[in-house]
Ligand binder design. Sequence first.
Ligand SMILES: NC(=O)c1ccc[n+]([C@@H]2O[C@H](COP(=O)([O-])OP(=O)(O)OC[C@H]3O[C@@H](n4cnc5c(N)ncnc54)[C@H](OP(=O)(O)O)[C@@H]3O)[C@@H](O)[C@H]2O)c1
Length: 267
Amino acid sequence: MSFTLAGKKVSRLGIGTWRMGGAEQAETGNDAGYIDTLRFALELGVNIIDTAEMYGAGHTEELVGRVIKGMDRDSLCIITKVWPDHLRRRDVEASARASLKRLGTDYIDLYLIHWPNPQIDIRETVSALEELVDSGIIRHIGVSNFGVGDLGAAMAACKRYEIEANEIKYNMAERGCERDVIPFCERNGIRVIAYTPMAKGSVAGMRQLEPMSERIKKTPIQIALNYLMKRSIPIPKASSKEHWAEILGSVGWELDAKDYADLSAAQ
Ligand SMILES: NC(=O)c1ccc[n+]([C@@H]2O[C@H](COP(=O)([O-])OP(=O)(O)OC[C@H]3O[C@@H](n4cnc5c(N)ncnc54)[C@H](OP(=O)(O)O)[C@@H]3O)[C@@H](O)[C@H]2O)c1
């Protein structure tokens, strides 16, 4: 089943890339392994890739660029993010252009403000982002880690375009956003992208999921991701094909209404 994000038909989940090619600093030791894994996920039909200028101090975007080189660009939905220190008008444009170069592409599908920065007027940042849409460098504007108040301010700052998505932490162990941010996004037509959707892999050992896992013959990871898909687009990160094979078993079926309600009601 596919649906749309940033004006494109996309898969039900995307590819996370944090720590592929380094965290705060670039690490090049496993480039070939990461490229191989990312290609594997793309070949199996995932077409959303989430990255950021901050990941690996830019090296993660370079890896993504190497992976997508030669692929049909329009079939891919590339998300990247501008760091909160770069939210002034001239910095936003410089960041976006640097990301384009590292990604080896001529547009970004969805460009997110990585975190809010209360020191910089959101109206200046949104105005700069709208200019980037006008010039074709980015196609859609989004945010990340925005609560309801920040979202309202970002929406009010939009003059010509709308906030397409809010990327937030959402997993089976951290579901507070189901009470406020997700309902707000749903009411306002803002897509929710779920980061850290496997709670850094720890959902694999969640005892609460074990009885259901045995009964419906899906692993805890597959149940957890399927649960999140009801209200978001999860972007799991995995460094091995084996992990991706398990993750992809979360797609193509749906928790029945009672199982979903039971998980939703659990504390
Ligand atoms: N916007 C933001 O502020 C923000 C913040 C954090 C993350 N993100 C995005 O969200 C993506 C995902 O979040 P995340 O990386 O924090 O956490 P995550 O996807 O919840 O978990 C990643 C961890 O799970 C492990 N894993 C993957 N598949 C597994 C499996 N089948 N069984 C057991 N463990 C498995 C991975 O190990 P291996 O690597 O060894 O496979 C990795 O250690 C990031 O990569 C990034 O793109 C965005």
